[in-house]
Design a protein around this ligand. Sequence first.
Ligand SMILES: O=C(O)CCC(=O)C(=O)O
Length: 251
Amino acid sequence: MSPVHPSAAVRISPSLRFTYVEQKLMPLYLLLSRPEQAPSMLAPAMSLRELGDRMGPDCRLPSLVYPGQEHYYMQSPLWPGIMPDVDMNGPPFSCLMDPDDVRLQGLVERQVPRMWLSPKGAISPLHYDSHMSILTQVKGRKRLLLYRPQDLRVLQPYPAWHILRRRCRVDPANPDYKRFPAFQKVAALEALLQPGDSLIFPAKWAHHTESLDSSISVTYRLGPARPATARLAGVLRPYTACHSVVRCLVA
Ligand SMILES: O=C(O)CCC(=O)C(=O)O
């Protein structure tokens, strides 16, 4: 019997900037444009073996969407057993769900935990999420720039009907102050995550991420179970948890 190789959702991009595209709105976009004109495309199911080959230095496989070079970023639900050498019940994961932590009380899981496997230099351009995130670094280092919800308007997110909704027009890595002069006055918080660190940030905190090494992260998304805690989630601030030590990013 041939071995079964699990498959993963993989984002494909013509550059190391992996602009997330709203998948639900993609069919509409493809009525008007060709796939290779999209900022990125999702390969729904690629075997881990093929992903490994494509991410390797000597890949000879033909490109899937973009003519010439393309890059791959696995962004996939985390199945049991996908990382057999990582104890998902041990630190730092175990300390994140501390029932006594008032910041997590009343929150429920809003998305199946996700695994993010990226090459060195991969960028997730500035965007915000609708739920609180816990981003845990498993391998390699990841740098995040975070912006407060009150600065969101200045970051110029695309409207709700757009395939780039929740993405921002401002690019902190290459700021265009002529086009976005107000951005000069906006301060970012910076987080450098090492393996074992977790960053917890509430909904609507826009973030830009950069993989400083080839990287594996896991995200959990939590949302309020009751409307009263929705207000609490909105005022929380990001903090990092390194194993059982929690240190505030913002004083
Ligand atoms: O680091 C990444 O690229 C993925 C994490 C992220 O941006 C997110 O969870 O929204």
